[in-house]
Design a protein around this ligand. Structure first.
Ligand SMILES: [Zn+2]
Length: 881
């Protein structure tokens, strides 16, 4: 990792360029400028143009402009999405298609203005992928893709059982030369996390490889907002008198009402379950909030209907002042649903699902979440974003999606309530939804939290919070709020809105987002000093080109920027194995190997099918592969030196969840996709595989092989209660030892997990009191003499996984459940196998979730610290951080 000091070069350059004394320099057109984008010939932005454009149809004029060879794109691959008007400025937003299929995240925009009655192009830009070459014929059916998405992209086994896959649609995912993919909606219920699941999963339509999943529910997190109004203000509501003389919250008084559509409609779910509100639209039987008289009484205050309806009107009027008719920009009806519960319990949250706002809340601690106008503004802004830049809800683009929702939500609230920007509470989000807690304690986020990308970026991999969409949002929104505090609401809201609607595209990162705001400021003809203010706000928040390379780390990078963060690596001797998507080929994931002392990683597997779950004993790699057309899972093997080709060791119709190798012995966990049951299989040399966990009413999971033994976790239900214990097989004698259950100190049996063999010991995790914290147990390798290496309790806390060598046990730990800072992300710890103190392994500040233990004290892991996911290693623990 190179370290370069943060400079104000960009600000200085801008100041120098603009600091011409005297006249209105900012109105002079800047010289034309072209910014390239890695991986495509089409420029990220061409600005500073003043080229005459055709006078007829605007879309045709935009396409004609893009014929120019400097764009390197074919206008026939563009379909118009929308035209945005801002005074005399007009922008056409296009979506890219490749062989008639939508390209995920591909959008391009062309900007026009009028100069002396003449239409001119002022610039164009976005994200158009020129290197795509995709055969549009799927070999995997949508139905199979749905099953694969469900089984492989929903990690939580319990949640997975509730998940249903909806109808698939073919799209092109822009990796390498493009991947033909099914987009599959997944819907279900994560009972442990107490929240619904609604995701778009993307599955390779030729190999069946799951690619990634994007959350469709834009949640606000566990704490939040308030509403006569919950706060006692008397509100005037636009309602509708029905034929039966009842009144309902149906607002047809806004300019967008055209006699047929364009209402603001607020429904009362009457305590209905939030899981019934995940489909687009409003479910049959859900009625608009209704009152027998014109006075909507206390029940409508309590449900949130009054606040949601009033707030939606405020949001509509705010966006109308920015030139927008409704969330979709076309005056479409705006729907809100209040008073949903979590199966009868208070649902302390709110979300936008792509078509409507849904508000929970109510209960001892919170008002309805509709009681916070900033929360209402936030949710409805997600609707504006969906219908403009459509920022993908993952990683940095997702954090900008959240950041813009916060920015506008807070802007709407401070304007409507007349809160001065100098008020310390003005920057707080959701400060009003609590019944008793003070604003600062109640708030979800603070746009004045002064976070700097380089210093404060939360190094999560995509396995947490969709890659930090909430966790990293204030880095970007903080810069926007700084600008608002300095330039005022009127000016700033206009350029941020212009950036969102006329410059940003779905996969933008923070630096793209900054460029969009600066381009919008230039296009809006902001004077030089204001544009310096804009640049300085982004500098102050660390958003400068290459900022992610300035974050310090203490590990050696083996593979930089993995695009798959869901698969555990493995290591033995001086060799590691891992999985990555290949940016240059059509195959989605392949197995890599390399040496822990560094050097280039080489590919061990072909790219024609999905390869995952790699393991090694230092001599060969084994992994799971499947060619989905047959719904067949294969265990493949290849020597690490690559001297002989890949061989198929085993093939099954059941899902192979993990595989381990030791010399000529292989063991794996097989999951029946119909029943969800797991069994452990063993194959010795060229012999037939044997189901070693076969036993009535019991399942086998998490196999481990070492020193001529096989261990696995036995899971069995007795009298309705699950029991988990390690089992050890001696491969030479066939002796099978079921370890006695560790004595429970609570109401439920102790829970064991992840048994790992070393040459002399068996180690595993155990929770003796059912509180979710664990300890580490160690026994002799034959299962005798079990003793606690680390006692169950706060020292170990909440582990993610465990692995061991002949000298050390490595565990991943959540030291807290606060993910508000890097310290709350899972970190690696190590304890000597012979006993000793548990110590930090690497001082890297970010996520260290998936790992493997190597020889001695070495570990290899996926690290999220440097704002992307790297495969890294250390030879031993850092000890003190
Ligand atoms: Zn949100």
């Amino acid at each position: 990792m190179s370290w370069r000091p943060i400079t104000l070069t960009a600000v200085a350059a801008l100041a120098a360029a603009l600091a011409v004394p005297g006249t209105a320099v900012a109105d002079d057109p800047p010289p034309p400028q072209v910014e390239s984008r890695a991986g495509t010939e089409a420029p990220a932005e061409v600005s500073g143009l003043a080229e005459p454009a055709g006078a007829g149809d605007l879309v045709q004029a935009a396409k004609a402009h893009l014929e120019d060879p400097r764009y390197h794109l074919d206008p026939d691959d563009l379909v118009p999405l929308q035209t945005i008007t801002d005074g005399t400025d007009r922008t056409v937003r296009f979506a890219q298609r490749h062989r008639d299929l939508p390209v995920f995240g591909g959008q391009y925009l062309v900007h026009f203005t009028d100069r002396d009655g003449q239409r001119v192009v002022t610039g164009a830009g976005g994200r158009f992928l020129t290197e795509l070459s995709v055969d549009p014929t799927p070999t995997v059916t949508a139905e199979t893709a749905g099953k694969l998405a469900r089984n492989l992209l929903i990690k939580n086994r319990v949640a997975r059982e509730s998940v249903e896959a909806g109808a698939g649609e073919l799209v092109v995912v822009p990796r390498g030369t493009g991947v033909l993919a099914w987009r599959i909606p997944l819907k279900g219920h994560d009972r442990a996390a107490k929240r619904p699941i609604l995701r778009d999963a993307y599955v390779d339509a030729r190999s069946g490889a799951p690619l990634f999943a994007v959350d469709r529910l834009h949640f606000e997190g566990p704490v939040q907002a308030t509403g006569q109004s919950a706060h006692g203000e008397q509100r005037t509501l636009n309602a509708y008198q029905r034929a039966d003389d009842a009144y309902e919250l149906r607002d047809r008084a806004r300019p967008m009402w055209n006699g047929g559509t364009g209402e603001i409609l607020t429904y009362d779910a009457a305590g209905g379950d939030v899981f019934d509100y995940l489909e687009p639209g409003i479910p049959a039987g859900t009625e608009p909030a209704r009152s027998p008289t014109q006075a909507f009484g206390p029940a409508h205050t309590e449900s949130g209907a009054v606040d949601a309806h009033h707030g939606a009107g405020e949001v509509y009027e705010y966006y109308r002042r920015l030139g927008r008719e409704g969330l979709d920009g076309k005056g479409g009806t705006m729907h809100s649903v209040v008073n949903v519960t979590l199966s009868g319990e208070p649902f302390a949250n709110a979300f936008w699902d792509g078509t409507k706002m849904v508000y929970g809340g109510g209960g001892p601690d919170y008002h309805s979440f509709a009681a916070g106008l900033d929360v209402v503004g936030h949710e409805m802004t997600h609707g504006v974003i969906t219908n403009s830049a459509d920022l993908v809800y993952l990683g940095q683009s997702g954090a900008m999606n959240e950041g813009l929702a916060d920015y506008f939500g807070n802007a709407i609230e401070t304007d409507a309530l007349g809160i001065p920007l100098s008020d310390p509470d003005a920057s707080l989000l959701g400060q009003g939804i609590c019944r008793t807690a003070a604003p600062a304690e109640c708030a979800i986020r603070d746009l004045d939290d002064d976070r700097n990308a380089v210093e404060d970026y939360l190094g999560v991999t995509v396995s947490l919070d969709s890659g930090g969409v909430h966790l990293n949002s204030t880095i970007f929104s903080g810069a926007l709020w700084d600008i608002r505090e300095r330039l005022g609401g009127a000016k700033t809201d206009k350029i941020v809105y212009k950036a969102l609607t006329e410059y940003m595209t779905p996969l933008d990162d923070f630096v793209d987002g900054r460029r969009a705001v600066e381009s919008a400021a230039r296009a809006a003809r902001l004077p030089a000093r204001d544009r310096i203010t804009v640049a300085r706000a982004f500098e102050r928040h660390g958003i400068t080109p290459g900022w992610d390379r300035r974050i310090g780390t203490d590990s050696r990078v083996l593979v930089d920027g993995l695009t798959d963060a869901f698969v555990k690596p493995d290591v033995a001797g001086d060799r590691y194995v891992a999985v990555n998507s290949d940016a240059d080929a059509t195959g989605p994931t392949s197995v890599l190997t390399g040496r822990v002392r560094g050097g280039k990683a080489v590919k061990l597997s072909d790219n024609d099918q999905w390869n995952t779950a790699p393991a090694t004993d230092g001599r060969r790699a084994v992994w799971v592969s499947f060619d989905d057309a047959q719904t067949s899972f294969q265990i493949l093997s290849r020597p690490l030196d690559g001297r002989s080709p890949v061989t198929t060791v085993h093939e099954t119709t059941r899902l192979v969840a993990s595989v381990v190798v030791s010399g000529d012995d292989l063991a794996w966990e097989e999951v029946d996709l119909n029943t969800g049951e797991s069994q452990v299989w063993l194959k010795r040399g060229t012999g037939e595989p044997v189901n070693v966990s076969a036993e009535d009413g019991a399942q086998g999971l998490q196999p481990s092989l070492a020193g001529g033994r096989l261990a696995y976790l036995r899971w069995a239900v007795q009298d309705g209660v699950p029991h988990t214990t390690p089992v050890v097989h001696d491969l030479a004698t066939g002796t099978r030892t079921v370890l006695p259950e560790v004595p429970s100190t609570g109401d439920t049996p102790s829970a064991s997990a992840v048994p790992v063999l070393t040459s002399r010991y068996l180690v595993w995790l155990v929770d003796t009191d059912g509180d979710g914290t664990y300890g580490v147990m160690r026994a002799a390798a034959d299962g005798t003499g079990a003793t606690a290496l680390v006692p169950d309790g706060p020292e170990l806390g909440f582990p993610t996984w465990l692995d061991a060598s002949d000298s050390a046990v490595t565990v991943g730990l959540f030291t807290s459940f606060s993910v508000e800072d890097n310290a709350g992300l899972p970190k690696l710890f190590q304890v000597p196998l012979n006993g000793g103190t548990l110590q930090r392994y690497s001082c890297n500040r970010g996520d260290q979730y998936l790992f493997a233990a190597g020889d001695g004290a070495r570990a290899v892991w996926l690290d999220g610290t440097a704002a992307d996911t790297d495969l890294v290693t250390r030879p031993g623990p850092a000890r003190r951080c």
